[in-house]
Design a protein around this ligand. Structure first.
Ligand code: PXG
Length: 293
């Protein structure tokens, strides 16, 4: 059975959920999105995702025609109409339909789409064994060009890196910024652990400030583990005790080899395993309920 999708104020069957070829989201990547998870009848970190969406919109001067409360309700209602208590939610806001020119003033109505679907999870063995990843040639976008903190519809920077990871025979890439500091993976943030301290790049290095990242930092502090946002290079990656990635799709996933260098013992570390456990526990209680009662 097909999905019911929210498009510009209406809930329509997926065959009718279409956008114009003149939408600037398609023509120019002029738009933004969020990827959100629902677990156990709750939408995880919904407020944080909505806030990040409106921050991205503000930077791009996109005037979203819904309040934050209305947007949250669209997310919940989309899940209800599809009978979903778990899954993946994609919120998309586009500049809307204009002409073939760049000028966003030609776009009279901002487009809003919400898709609720089930999710294809990473195999459990990735969590048990850990990932092998590589650093790639493509550098993360400059803050001063297209700031990576905007979750925009233009993911070419990340897609190039993802293809380079694939050429190297791995499924994920670590991207450095233009100065050579470690930034993030293509759709995940990165952490290292040294002597029990978590270290992750600060947002000004040029990253998307991940909601999973922030949740994991809170979980670590709750455990009494020190957390530092610090610049670091490939040297610190290769010599870390532990390494893991965080993201909405991957959650918390251990990394055991980077560019052929074995990280720590070559097996998922104790701090990483604790945080995977704590994160899974948090998904049981965080966020508003989809179906009441
Ligand atoms: N960095 C980038 C560039 C991202 O796109 C993250 C970090 C992690 O952020 P969150 O807020 O999710 O912890 C992202 C998020 C996918 C997928 O299917 C990727 C993301 C989100 C949802 C799905 O690969 N990226």
């Amino acid at each position: 059975m097909g999905l019911t999708i929210y498009v510009n104020g209406e809930y329509v069957p997926e065959e009718k959920a279409v956008v114009s070829v003149f939408d600037h989201g398609l023509l120019y990547g002029d738009g933004i999105f969020e990827g959100i998870r629902a677990y156990h009848n709750r939408v995880f970190k919904l407020k944080e995702h909505i806030d990040r969406l409106y921050d991205s919109a503000n930077v791009l001067m996109l005037d979203i025609p819904l309040t934050r409360a209305e947007m949250a309700e669209v997310v919940l209602e989309t899940m209800r109409r599809n009978g979903l208590r778990e899954g993946y939610i994609r919120l998309i806001v586009t500049r809307g339909v204009g002409d073939l020119g760049l000028d966003p003033k030609k776009c009279k109505r901002v487009g809003v789409i919400c898709i609720g679907a089930s999710i294809q999870l990473y195999p459990e063995e990735f969590y048990e064994r850990g990932l092998e990843i590589v650093t790639v040639p493509t550098r993360r976008n400059l803050n001063e060009a297209v700031n990576p903190r905007i979750k925009s519809l233009n993911y070419l920077n990340n897609i190039l890196a993802k293809m380079e990871a694939s050429l190297a025979g791995t499924i994920e890439a670590v991207m450095l910024n233009a100065e050579g500091y470690v930034a993030e993976a293509t759709g995940d943030n990165i952490f290292i652990v040294n002597n029990g301290t978590l270290i992750t790049p600060p947002s000004h290095v040029g990253i998307l400030e991940g909601i999973t990242r922030n949740a994991v930092m809170d979980l670590a502090r709750d455990r009494g583990l020190p957390v530092a946002e610090k610049l670091f290079t490939r040297f610190e990656l290769y010599t870390a005790d532990e390494c893991f990635l965080t993201g909405t799709a991957a959650e918390v996933i251990p990394v055991i080899k980077i560019d052929g260098r074995v990280i720590g013992s070559g097996r998922p570390g104790e701090v990483t395993k604790t945080l995977i456990h704590d994160f899974r526990a948090l998904t049981k209680t965080d966020g508003p309920e989809i179906f009441q009662g």
